[in-house]
Design a protein around this ligand. Structure first.
Ligand code: G6P
Length: 363
């Protein structure tokens, strides 16, 4: 059943493996046979006239928001900001008249996010949507609209399938809004076909997990620190990849924009420091490659995670091709598995990392 880990040693691995099915379940719930995307008409009407969209989240949900921003802007043309709930709750932002707020929260119970929603409702009086895995949660009830992730219960503290589900939902919503506003970028995007490709690509990655296990064992299990680097969407994934690695394996991991390394962080590179490069974006692939060369010359141990069409000899993890805007859904899975196996090899409890809770209801 959904809350039984069956033959899996840990929920996290079960939840990683479920991701292709999660994508397919989301597709069948939100996309019709004819390829139309279904959301409440009133929701689409309201978001489509927004002058600015705010995406609010914490932790992994915030990272899903970073990816969502790029998808929203491409599909809808509406300027989109992503904010950390714990910061935004006490900032003094200039909120424009037609702002629309989207809350991302697996649990729907995060106090930091709720604090922002209280301001949205009482102080700013703006329209809002919660995207959550828990239909009757506080954030779902208190926002004007709510849609569910359809990820099934996520039990491991480290979030995996909820992140992937959040990005899939953001994609569907962005396409629906873009189509509502007759935007070519959304009208011409075959969202059903592209998400199906993503589901297949994720399946390939999870089927090849033993290779990722070996890479974790020889590069991450015995390190004190590690860096994930990338540009654009790859940078967004680098942040989530680093969070996953640090929260369960306790490796001090950081995600960096690869062009920023030379402005300071490169000082931390020593002989053998693992640097994991994410390369899925054509526009920036060569730049990230040269940033990797820079760290190699300082002794770094470079591991590459690249999409098929950008792969080169000697690359380590090759991801099946999907539309470039959706690569985070695939690349993140490789990084989830790296975190999982590193933790397993270190002998820690994967599902119950120290000091962490699945849902945090204090500010
Ligand atoms: C906790 C969890 C994280 C999660 C964050 C936000 O810190 O340990 O995994 O990303 O809360 O949770 P939410 O339920 O709002 O997505």
């Amino acid at each position: 059943s959904d809350t039984d880990k069956g033959t899996y040693p840990y929920y996290m691995l079960k939840e990683i493996d479920e991701q292709p099915a999660v994508i397919r379940r989301i597709e069948s719930k939100y996309i019709s046979q004819e390829g139309n995307v279904h959301f409440d008409e009133k929701l689409l009407e309201q978001v489509s006239k927004a002058s600015r969209i705010y995406i609010v989240g914490a932790g992994t949900s915030y990272h899903a928001g970073l990816v969502g921003k790029k998808i929203f802007e491409k599909m809808t043309g509406i300027p989109t900001e992503v904010v950390l709930a714990s910061e935004f709750a006490y900032d003094d932002p200039l909120i424009e008249k037609d702002a629309f707020f989207i809350f991302l929260s697996q649990s729907g119970e995060t106090a930091d996010s709720r604090q922002v929603l209280v301001r949205v409702n009482e102080e700013w009086q703006k329209n809002s949507l919660t995207i959550t895995n828990v239909a009757n949660s506080t954030l779902a009830r208190e926002a004007q609209f709510a849609v569910t992730l359809e990820a099934g219960p996520e039990i491991a503290v480290a979030s995996t399938k909820a992140y992937v589900a959040q990005i899939a939902l953001e994609t569907l919503l962005a396409v629906a809004i873009g189509r509502y506003n007759q935007r070519d970028s959304a009208l011409h995007f075959d969202v059903a076909g592209q998400l199906s490709r993503v589901a297949n690509a994720i399946q390939t990655v999870v089927d090849e997990k033993s290779q990722i296990e070996k890479i974790a064992e020889s590069n991450l299990t015995n390190t004190r620190n590690a860096f994930y680097i990338g540009r654009g969407l790859d940078y967004d994934v680098a942040l989530e990849a680093a969070l996953k690695l640090k929260e369960i394996s306790y490796v001090q991991a950081e995600g960096f924009a690869s062009g920023e390394l030379k402005h300071g962080t490169i000082a931390l590179i020593e002989n053998g420091t693992p640097v994991l490069g994410l390369i899925t974006q054509t526009k920036t692939a060569d730049h990230t490659r040269s940033n990797l060369e820079e760290v190699i010359s300082r002794g770094a141990n470079v591991i590459t995670i690249t999409s098929e069409k950008l792969q080169r000899d000697g690359d380590n993890i090759i991801l099946p091709e999907v539309d470039e805007i959706l690569t985070p859904l695939v690349s993140v899975v490789a990084t989830q598995l790296l975190a999982y196996y590193t933790t397993l090899q270190k002998g820690y409890n994967v599902d119950q990392p120290r000091n962490l809770a699945k849902s945090v209801t204090v500010e």
